[in-house]
Design a protein around this ligand. Structure first.
Ligand SMILES: [Zn+2]
Length: 447
């Protein structure tokens, strides 16, 4: 049955979508079982091709390669990557145009944006022309949870911004024929969760995907009310760090395995656990991951270091050696599942707090960054702080000084729509304070 579904999926894409997804799917299903050496060889070839492309066609990298004294003939050697400076959000913001390929009009692109765990907003281009592996690795990761691309899934997510249109048959087909129910996590009041449970029980999803903190909150409600979703086979937690106590609560509520996934808007799904839950397998066919120490040297397995990622498929706006802002460590053992994909032992740094209101509403970190991004593109950093249930303080760092009167009114109105009883204090700052551990968090709750 599983094989039939896989064939149906690639045939559907080969015949109707013709977007390379069918071919990428067949490739990724096979390559995950290659040994580590074969995967590394494949990855190095892909990396060299990307570097040659950037060297010849992307103004920013032409300059950077020259400054690093790297010759075109050296690009075959992955070791040359270490001589390139790291890329970060502030560099991308300043060099946005120069980071785009010369003949950008010949690429199919989507503009996307992110706030990341530090709250600094960033706009960038996703290359859809070469996006088949990005789209398909998500389906491969579903397979590790025993879920096929046709299975019903529910996303408890930022539905207002991420929900693709599903009004027409064509819209549904674009989703890969899979039925998806989108639920927004902006309002997780008890009344809304009771409504969600009814919809979930009627929809009968096999897969539930969400951020750990709203999922934990929803799971606690289900345990309290003794509510179940009998159709469910797996839960994927993504976009924030998954803590073990959260995994236990979610498992207890739904009685299914919980899979940790590491992804971000810049690269989509980077790594995920298989059913051995032994660490997160990196999708190395499409991302080149480095973990480095303070001196820029690679960390040995088990040692926590800074995560630096190169997207092997974004030719429109190459991300080479990008500091995502998270910390990770390589796994120290191979996975018993037999996949050659290397393991991340853990990823740290993506911990967002929920803001709570007196009336029992919950606003996640994502609500704030998406909201503030829509209010003004001039906000370069932000922090939302809560030390009492009555209200929040929003710290904004802006080159232009302050929000316009209209923007501030709009901001207050949008917050009032979601949380009418939350007092909002806006403060303009030159620096966003660090946490005690030296990290910059963008939602800090001291409740
Ligand atoms: Zn495994």
């Amino acid at each position: 049955m599983k094989i039939l579904r896989k064939c149906a999926f690639s045939t559907y894409h080969d015949l109707f979508r013709r977007d390379g997804t069918g071919r990428a799917w067949r490739f990724l299903e096979e390559s995950q079982w290659w040994d580590a050496d074969q995967l590394e060889e494949y990855q190095h070839e892909k990396l060299a091709k990307l570097l040659r492309h950037a060297y010849n066609n992307v103004p920013y990298y032409r300059k950077i390669f020259q400054e690093a004294w790297i010759l075109e003939s050296e690009l075959e050697n992955p070791g040359c990557l270490k001589r390139l400076p790291l890329l970060d959000k502030s560099i991308i913001r300043v060099n946005y145009r120069d980071l785009c390929v010369d003949n950008i009009s010949q690429y199919q692109t989507n503009e996307s944006s992110t706030s990341g765990s530090t709250g600094e907003s960033l706009f960038f281009l996703v290359d859809e022309t070469n996006g088949a592996y990005r789209r398909t690795s998500t389906f491969r990761n579903f397979g590790w949870c025993g879920i096929s691309p046709f299975d019903r899934q529910v996303l408890l997510w930022d539905a207002r911004f991420d929900e693709p249109p599903q009004k027409t048959v064509s819209d549904r087909l674009k989703l890969g024929a899979r039925p998806v129910l989108f639920l927004s996590f902006y309002d997780l009041s008890e009344a809304m969760m009771a409504n969600y449970i009814k919809r979930l029980q009627a929809f009968r999803p096999k897969l539930f995907v969400s951020y750990p903190s709203p999922m934990e909150h929803f799971a606690e409600y289900c345990i309290d009310q003794d509510l179940r979703i009998p159709s469910l086979k797996a839960v994927i937690c993504s976009a924030e760090q998954l803590f073990e106590h959260q995994r236990e609560i979610i498992k207890k509520a739904f009685d299914v395995p919980v899979f940790n996934r590491y992804g971000c808007r810049e690269f989509a799904d980077v790594a995920q656990e298989c059913d051995e839950h032994n660490g997160l397998h990196v999708n190395v066919e499409r991302v080149y991951v480095e973990i480095i120490d303070e001196d820029g040297e690679p960390c040995p397995p088990g040692k926590l270091g800074e995560l630096v990622i190169t997207d092997l498929d974004n030719y429109a706006m190459p991300f080479i050696r990008y500091r995502i802002g998270d910390m990770a460590a390589w796994g120290e053992r191979d996975c018993p599942c037999g996949r050659g994909l290397p393991l991340l032992d853990r990823v740290e740094g993506r911990s967002f707090d929920l803001i709570k209101t007196k009336s029992g509403r919950y606003l996640s970190g994502t609500f704030w960054t998406l909201l503030l991004r829509h209010i003004s593109q001039d906000i370069v950093a932000l922090q939302v702080r809560q030390d009492n249930i009555a209200g929040v303080e929003i710290l904004l760092k802006m080159p232009s000084g302050q929000l316009s009167h209209e923007s501030e009114q709009l901001l207050r109105r949008k917050i009032a729509e979601k949380a009418p009883d939350l007092e909002v204090h806006i403060k303009y700052v030159d620096h966003i304070p660090l946490t005690k551990s030296g990290k910059r968090r963008f939602v800090v709750s001291d409740l």
